[in-house]
Ligand binder design. Structure first.
Ligand code: HEC
Length: 137
């Protein structure tokens, strides 16, 4: 709770340019994402092997939502990207906790849908730190 609060306060003071999460813990939690997501570098080599049901999560920090080339996204996440949704720690954590609700809120559209049905209740900030750490950022 304190950490969530601290993160929220930091977010209010200034957009943090570094990740607040624990990359080591995130590595373990990423096992939950692996069935659908890989992390593959710009050369296409898998840094972390995983499924392809979801888009490659490499370099997620600062990336516009719904923009991995060749991936067939749902309409809502593409619309969110077109409306300026960029992944940072805050948006990533909120999305991972409940993608559909996040998109509904972001787009202010109760009909918004998500192709990602998985919800990560806890530890999304750690996963974010982990992805950043293996993305060479
Ligand atoms: C059962 C499969 C599945 C699992 C498990 C899963 N995802 Fe996803 N994820 C998807 C799909 C499919 C999409 C594309 C969503 C859409 O098009 O609406 C997606 C999209 C995303 C995006 C948006 C990326 C972009 O390019 O804009 C992020 C971030 C993400 N997932 C993070 C995670 C994290 C973190 C985990 C683990 C905690 C996870 N996902 C687990 C299937 C999954």
């Amino acid at each position: 709770m304190n950490r969530i609060l601290a993160t929220a306060i930091l977010g209010l003071l200034a957009a943090p340019v570094y990740a607040e999460g624990d990359a080591e813990a995130g590595k373990k939690t990423f096992n939950k994402c692996k069935s659908c997501h890989q992390i593959a570098g710009p050369d296409g080599e898998a840094i972390v092997k995983g499924g392809k049901t979801g888009p490659n999560l490499y370099g997620i920090a600062g990336r516009t939502a719904g923009t991995v080339e060749g991936f067939k996204y749902g309409d809502s996440i593409v619309a969110a990207g077109e409306n300026g949704l960029v992944w940072d720690e805050t948006t990533f954590v909120e999305y991972a906790q409940d993608p559909k609700t996040f998109l509904k809120t972001y787009l202010d559209d109760t009909a918004a849908k998500s192709k990602m049905t998985f919800k990560l209740k806890k530890g999304a900030e750690d996963v974010y730190a982990y992805i950043v750490s293996v993305s060479g950022e």
